[in-house]
Ligand binder design. Structure first.
Ligand SMILES: Cc1cn([C@H]2C[C@H](O)[C@@H](COP(=O)(O)OP(=O)(O)O[C@H]3O[C@H](C)C(=O)[C@H](O)[C@H]3O)O2)c(=O)[nH]c1=O
Length: 183
């Protein structure tokens, strides 16, 4: 398993090993032991699976407030996404900055997001399956979000705004400036 630090402190790209043979491949997509050896000691309590049938589907930008804030370990089972993490840690020198990384069945990469980030993605193919672990259960009462298209975030989404598929809920999320939260 390769673990690489990304440009914002705490974010990591993890690539598990794939054992390919004539049948296909095998991979330990999650290993508590391997993550602990990389210094990642989170306990994950929930697995999520989302299917997005259309290319250009944007889910996010979402987070849960403390004490329900979530560490996330995100991977693509099928298809391809641009995965985005926005730093919401007020004391961070990269507050409001983001990292965008392509995750896919092909590159087998996983994005590790510590507590303190808003998360969202845009699908780059139809029928994309995103699988991710969270370190805290779903707590709708603690959910927060930021409008995906907020220009102040300067996220270069790889889709024309008129071609985007977004939930009604996400279209009503506040801008970064209006988002009231405390991490
Ligand atoms: C997140 C979640 C949702 N739900 C229910 C609530 C709704 O009835 C339905 C769809 O939820 P939502 O529209 O919030 O799903 P996404 O837009 O994919 O939300 C996710 O999008 C971004 C990418 C994230 O990182 C978060 O994990 C999560 O917020 O699933 C649950 O029952 N449990 C859950 O943990």
């Amino acid at each position: 398993m390769q673990v690489t630090d990304l440009e914002i402190e705490g974010l990591k790209l993890i690539v598990p090993q794939r054992f390919e043979d004539e049948r296909g491949f095998f991979s330990e997509t999650y290993s508590e032991k391997a993550l602990k050896e990389a210094g990642l000691t989170d306990t994950f309590v929930q697995d999520n699976f989302s299917l997005s049938t259309r290319r250009g589907t944007i889910r996010g930008l979402h987070f849960q407030r403390a004490p329900h804030a979530q560490v996330k370990l995100v991977r693509v089972n099928r298809g391809r996404i641009l995965d985005v993490a926005v730093d919401l840690r007020r004391s961070s020198p990269t507050y409001g900055k983001h990292v965008a990384v392509e995750l896919s069945r092909e590159n087998w990469g996983q994005l590790y997001l510590p507590v303190g980030f808003a998360h969202g993605f845009c699908t780059l193919e139809a029928d994309t399956e995103v699988v991710y672990k969270t370190s805290s259960p779903y707590a709708p009462e603690a959910e927060g979000g930021i409008l995906w298209s907020d220009p102040s975030l300067a996220i270069a989404w790889p889709v024309n705004p008129q071609d985007v598929t977004v939930s009604d809920k996400d279209t009503r999320l506040p801008s970064f400036a209006n988002m009231a939260m405390a991490f």
